[in-house]
Design a protein around this ligand. Sequence first.
Ligand SMILES: Cc1cc2nc3c(=O)[nH]c(=O)nc-3n(C[C@H](O)[C@H](O)[C@H](O)COP(=O)(O)OP(=O)(O)OC[C@H]3O[C@@H](n4cnc5c(N)ncnc54)[C@H](O)[C@@H]3O)c2cc1C
Length: 462
Amino acid sequence: MLPNELRSQIIAVVGPERSLDSDNDRFTYSYDGSFVPLVPAHLPDLTVFPLNVDEVAKVVRLCNEHGVPLVPRGAGSGRTGGSIPVKGGVVLSLERMNRILEIDRKNMMALVEPGVRTIDLCKAVEAVGLFYPPDPSSWTVSTMGGNIAENAGGARAVKYGVTKDYVMGLEVVLADGTVITTGGKAVKNVTGYDLTHLFVGSEGTLGVVTKILVRLISKPEAKKTLLLMFATVDDASECVSDMLSSGIVPASAEIMDKTSIQAVARFRKVDIPAEAEAALLIDIDGPQKLLDDQAVAVAETGRRHHAVQIREAGTAAEADELWVLRRTMGPAVAAIAKNKIGEDISVPRAALPEMIRRLGEIGKKHGLTIAVFGHAGDGNLHPSILTDLSRPGARERVDEAVAEVFRAALDVGGTLSGEHGIGITKKPFIEEALGKGGVEALRAVKRALDPKGILNPGKIFE
Ligand SMILES: Cc1cc2nc3c(=O)[nH]c(=O)nc-3n(C[C@H](O)[C@H](O)[C@H](O)COP(=O)(O)OP(=O)(O)OC[C@H]3O[C@@H](n4cnc5c(N)ncnc54)[C@H](O)[C@@H]3O)c2cc1C
């Protein structure tokens, strides 16, 4: 419970019109895009919406002085419960700090506030011929601050990398309210520890990000989209490996299993050959004159791996139509069962067929359907467990299956998360992934930067 005097002091910083604490508002800021049950609810005591770094620093300082938890929040689209205030306290929503402050065309960089939506940055830089590649599927809602905190990735990661590959510098409010600036526009920079990348992926536990400097690249001249159908998932994943090792680096290489494809086919007309068990959606981009040859090479690789259907989009509209399959996959898969528990694991590319096989075995063992789709080009899969959690024993079966999914990922040399972070949902497994010493090293960093443990407590590790 927030002491009344502290509540009034915090409200005085941002003003009552940017402070919420009614029962309804507290509930609104108690959950995110994860699959964490809503009961019991994790209600914040107060949610505030600062407009600038001074307000952020004042609120953080007050919370630190009184040892009150403070949870930074972007759009709340996180998949691992990162912005859920599990210990109550103050939710600090950055959503109104949403200005693109600069697009520096000469240096090819952009400076933004943390509440800028990913898609808005992408569109703004594309309008001047530049390109910001990280494209999480949630980009129409997710914020740049959330992307930094989770080191978000997307379909284009196979060729262009993830958020960390573009962050040049940050402005961060530390737990005691000190404001620091890391990195900068100098491309080469070895001045002290690389604090910029310490904050990337730190899930709001080390500081509140208030400005973000990202590098941009030139917008690719042209793009082509191909959809390949295969009679086995193995053929599809082998095809991606073959493509990459023969020097074709697609901008995206998305894999989808039969359950996932059929889920979309329930509400959209999709041309699926009867024998298709898997699909690969491939984007290639670059200079127009090279694309036709690359498209031929992609199709040939597909044929070498027994593709049963190959479609190449002739126009941008046709490409969009092929991408509908992947873009609507999450909701479509969710619609075929009462509950969908979507996960995020990342394995070495060569282990993809083995991982997909193990997912099938885990599903069979627990009597659960597991739909599999994800970013095959970088080994990042999203297995989705489909079930009815109201059935007796279903929750326990799902929990066991999820634990086995994580262990299988570790076993084949992979990791707990490719892009969604650890938050609260994967916290029980972090020691298996990093070892005792590894987790203790994380704790040492946390203690050094946030000795009172006020920043997003209860996340990543206890
Ligand atoms: C349908 C759907 C599809 C998705 N697809 C993808 C995908 O393709 N790739 C991907 O990577 N993710 C994906 N996600 C997950 C999610 O969108 C990302 O993790 C995103 O980066 C979260 O951004 P957000 O603004 O919603 O952050 P929130 O959910 O509000 O917060 C996420 C974490 O960031 C911290 N945080 C937020 N802002 C700040 C800040 N300014 N300073 C410090 N910490 C901060 C929070 O405390 C929390 O720990 C998807 C989610 C959904 C619902």
